[in-house]
Design a protein around this ligand. Structure first.
Ligand SMILES: Cc1cc2nc3c(=O)[nH]c(=O)nc-3n(C[C@H](O)[C@H](O)[C@H](O)COP(=O)(O)OP(=O)(O)OC[C@H]3O[C@@H](n4cnc5c(N)ncnc54)[C@H](O)[C@@H]3O)c2cc1C
Length: 411
């Protein structure tokens, strides 16, 4: 059911998702004067929040700005399956950049979920964070043989996982497919409470948060400046762009485009209707179906992606048909579940043609850093971005950062 009270809240999503938060305990006002800081973060979604938590832990004086309420961009629409598996298989990336480089990024992604789990625990962030296995289903042209080849590459990269053939998959998960990869080490969370919890930690260490919009960016030698819609400006040692799918004009990439995805949450299910270990389910197709469960026992299922679709009313108009399609897929996936939509929503997100994020310096704009293009495992990449950009700000660079750089070649 669409909730008319919330449909106007944002141009980035429509409908109502199951995530709830008491918000961030901070006045949220426009800037009243020009200020300076060590690092300015533009965008207070999950990417900006992870960046702010990490940089304040390192001792930086951080300012965040957002033109909307924190977390109300793609973050609140996210189904928050925190996968270490990347949208593009290790086999695809190996063909493109070679096994060692591809395996390195996959391993870093694996460690990013583990790092996020440790951070949530250390900082005692209440966000229903739970480690889950993932179940990657054969689909379309990716059958059992292709999954076994992928698993062999993952094992060579020292990544975990096991292949389930048709009979095993049917026996353990009740799912009829040619096969699947079952892998430990992923997780789920409430993305809004996660973002707000991280922001609250950053604010408690002195970070400042303002309700304002960045309208112009400039490099000033060893510093950078941002002009805001309020007319004031912020000068910083570094500026991190964490504006979600909305790329400012100074950021150009041939790899980046925008997609919309639809999701629904069922009512709370009887425990027997939920599958083994409540694994995070997704499938080996370009526009994949994805499913997880929530702490209160709902099934969340999403997919039906389309290109573009930044217009919220246009997405809302498609909502009923998308929900019907998702319910049909849920009936096939989990016939014993209550096949009903309690909440339906959609959102927009940035993605790239090679499945890797866009993280690093903005070419031609010293002291400006970007964190974009995350695709389906966006939150894992947001964590990765926060660590890479903190290292770059400190003047450290590793050769493999080139594999996620904004100016890498398109496939
Ligand atoms: C339906 C759906 C399902 C998804 N499922 C998953 C999933 O299961 N797992 C996963 O990892 N990822 C998933 N994603 C992707 C994930 O949600 C995104 O990668 C992630 O939320 C991006 O976070 P962000 O902070 O970079 O962007 P956002 O959350 O969009 O935050 C960007 C912020 O920047 C602000 N902003 C923009 N421009 C300006 C400006 N000029 N000045 C000031 N502020 C500005 C915006 O107001 C916004 O608050 C999904 C996305 C959608 C839409």
């Amino acid at each position: 059911m669409f909730d008319p009270e919330t449909t106007e809240q944002s141009d980035l999503r429509e409908g109502r998702s199951p995530w709830h938060s008491d918000g961030v305990a901070s006045p949220f006002r426009p800037l009243a004067q020009n200020i300076s800081c060590d690092v300015l973060i533009v965008g207070a979604g999950i990417s900006g929040a992870l960046m702010a938590e990490h940089l304040t832990a390192l001792g930086h004086d951080v300012v965040l700005i957002d033109r909307e309420e924190p977390g109300r961009g793609s973050t609140v629409a996210s189904t928050a399956m925190l996968l270490w598996e990347i949208d593009r298989r290790l086999g695809f990336l190996t063909d493109r950049i070679g096994f060692e480089r591809a395996a390195n990024i996959y391993r870093y992604s694996y460690r990013s979920v583990a790092g996020l789990a440790a951070l949530v625990q250390e900082q005692a962030i209440a966000c229903d964070f739970t480690l889950r296995p993932s179940l990657y289903l054969a689909a379309e042209e990716v059958g059992a043989r292709a999954l076994m080849d992928e698993l062999a590459l993952r094992h060579r990269a020292e990544l975990p996982g096991a292949f389930l053939g048709h009979a095993d998959l049917l026996g353990t998960f009740g799912i009829t497919r040619e096969g699947a990869l079952l892998s430990p080490g992923s997780a789920e969370a409430d993305p809004l409470r996660l973002a707000h919890g991280l922001l609250t930690r950053a604010l408690s260490r002195g970070a400042r948060l303002f309700h304002d919009e960045a309208v112009r960016y400039e490099s000033l030698g060893r510093r950078a400046g941002v002009t805001l819609a309020s007319g004031h400006s912020i000068e910083a040692g570094a500026v991190v762009l964490a504006t979600g799918y909305v790329l400012p004009d100074i950021v150009r990439s041939d790899l980046h485009d925008i997609g919309a995805s639809w999701a629904l949450a069922t009512p709370a299910q009887a425990p027997a209707a939920l599958w083994r270990e409540r694994a995070l389910i997704w499938e080996a197709s370009e526009d994949y179906l994805y499913a997880r469960t929530t702490a209160d026992g709902r099934i969340v299922i999403g997919g039906e992606d389309e290109d573009g679709m930044t217009d919220a009313p246009e997405r809302a108009a498609k909502g009923p048909a998308k929900a019907a399609a998702l319910l049909g897929k849920l009936a096939t996936l989990r016939p014993q579940a209550e096949i009903a939509a309690d909440m339906v929503w959609s959102g927009v997100f940035g993605r790239t043609s090679d499945g890797l994020p866009l993280i690093g310096e903005v070419p031609g704009h010293p002291r400006l850093f970007a964190a974009y293009g995350y695709g389906g495992n966006g939150i894992t990449f947001s964590y990765m971005a926060s660590r890479i950009i903190a290292r770059l700000i400190a003047g450290h660079r590793e050769p493999w950062y080139e594999d996620v750089a904004l100016d890498r070649a398109a496939p």
